[in-house]
Design a protein around this ligand. Structure first.
Ligand SMILES: *Cc1c(COP(=O)(O)O)cnc(C)c1O
Length: 228
């Protein structure tokens, strides 16, 4: 089923949009099944879980950290993580800088923006992002590279609202590109779209969709794997 799900979703995506298989809470056997079907980008939201899965699975997997990250957990993923999508404060970016330096790495990061109307989601607003990018602390960093933006739309059936929120994130990307990253080829990623809204996200310019339950099945028990 996992292979069929991957094929179906990839068929929906335009060439500029890559699929991250969000495998949080799922056993390594299921990740291996996706890997054997050709999937190489995986997303996790817990540092220790990602570390353990990295140890157990093939080393050409690109690990994307997509959840809220505490500064004291960065050390578990710094040796191998491919991209951290959830930078929402200067102290967190400073922690990534420090841990990346210890491993002689430069870690790709995305700034997470609060685009949903819900109160509960993490993320920066444009003014906070500007302050971060203008700070002397950020300008001195040599072991992090900001490659774009990430956001989560409101969890709603109102797909018009979802589309507007994705368009807002695309605008934020354009503004930051113009004001801070016009010379940076690396600043090119817009991480948006999940199981129920990845098609809309792709239409609104997503370069990375993060899809979990449509590939691996619902994370609570009792729902069939192919329930979309
Ligand atoms: C869990 C999660 C996803 C995937 O959600 P699905 O609805 O299962 O596709 C995407 N992004 C983030 C940040 C997540 O935590």
């Amino acid at each position: 089923m996992i292979e069929e799900n991957l094929q179906r979703i990839n068929k929906d995506l335009p060439p500029q949009t890559r699929l991250i298989a969000v495998s949080k809470t799922k056993p390594v056997e299921m990740l291996q099944e996706a890997y054997d079907a050709g999937q190489r980008l995986f997303g996790e939201n817990k540092a220790l879980e990602m570390r353990d899965k990295h140890e157990a699975l093939p080393k050409d997997i690109e690990w994307h950290f997509i959840g809220h990250l505490q500064t004291n957990k960065v050390k578990y993923i710094a040796p191998f993580v491919r991209m951290i999508h959830s930078i929402d404060s200067l102290p967190l970016l400073q922690a990534v800088e420090k841990e990346a330096a210890k491993h002689g790495r430069c870690i790709d990061c995305l700034l997470q923006f609060h685009i949903a109307t819900e109160e509960t989601k993490f993320g920066l607003d444009l003014q906070e992002a500007r302050r971060l990018l203008e700070s002397a602390e950020y300008k001195a960093m040599q072991h992090v590279r900001i490659c774009g933006v990430m956001g989560m739309a409101t969890n709603t059936d109102d797909m018009g609202l979802v589309r507007r929120e994705f368009a807002t994130l695309h605008d934020i990307f354009g503004t930051l590109k113009r004001d801070f990253f016009s010379g940076s080829e690396a600043f090119s990623e817009i991480s948006m779209g999940m199981s129920h809204d990845y098609r809309i996200a792709a239409e609104e310019g997503s370069t990375l969709v993060r899809v979990g339950s449509s590939i691996f099945g619902a994370r609570d028990y009792g729902t069939p794997v192919n329930d979309v």
